[in-house]
Design a binder for this molecule. Sequence first.
Ligand code: AMP
Ligand code: FES
Ligand code: ZN
Length: 303
Amino acid sequence: MKCRRCKAEAEVALPSHNTAFCRDCFLLYFSRQVDHAIRRHAMFTRADRVLVALSGGKDSLSLMLELANLGYSATGLHVDLGIPVSSERARRRVEDFCAMHGLDLKVVELATEGLAIPEVKEAVYRPVCSICGKIKRHYFNRMALEGGYTALATGHNLDDEVARLFANTLRWDEAYLSDQGPCLPDEGGFARKVKPLYRLSEFETAAYAFLRGIEHHKDACPYSPGASFTSHKKLWGELEWKSPGSKVSFYEGFLERGRPAFADRDREKGFELRPCASCGSPTSQELCGVCRVRAAVAERRGG
Ligand code: AMP
Ligand code: FES
Ligand code: ZN
């Protein structure tokens, strides 16, 4: 197969786009998809400072490298979950990557914050993964606001977004359908959240990471039963195989025609948000959810 752009021998086949690229043209295609997403949704400009949440996985590290290559001002943020072995490995990947490419990095240690995930797991009676996600989003937001960043970027790709949208649609979850998208505005104590990889599939970010030689963290979290939405992703993989382009048209169609229909079904509507008495994050109660978890961990330690 030949590269669509330059007719050299192709290295990456992209059936969804009915095309194939050589290494250099694939990297160019990837850059253009990222830049197109950023400009189309007015995520940020080259004058802005962006905080990029780095888990150590292929998506977030690819995003960080691409933003830096495109000339955006990107600072990494890693949340060290404090899980023995797994968190140490993930953190080392992120630190090595940033050092190698000369990129700025901030690290939040949940153990120092009184929220090490193994302790949280013992102190709460809900599945730890959902609380862990909540804690991570809390620190993403706080670090972005306190550091004066224009936006907080995550490495969610097209497959993540389609699977999540599909799950929300199956439940007709109006609240989530009202605020799912690649660019959520900054308002009411929340930083702007952006997903510049939302037009690129998991396969494409994996190909990018491979071609750029990015060493990433591959191990699954020891506490999670499996990656999220695995069965939905599998279903969509089959659909895409039979009908290339389904994922992107489902997602872009939602943004254009679906989401506006849910615009006033905001999750927080009806709740008055005020600053958490302990940390200042927006909450409808005296203490925010994360500060309540921290109190539960402290109580268990003391008891
Ligand atoms: P996940 O929910 O694990 O698929 O991660 C989605 C995105 O959240 C990643 O692409 C990262 O941008 C971000 N992320 C997840 N875990 C962490 C972490 N421990 N530290 C910083 N960012 C993270
Ligand atoms: Fe948070 Fe597994 S519990 S990543
Ligand atoms: Zn709080």
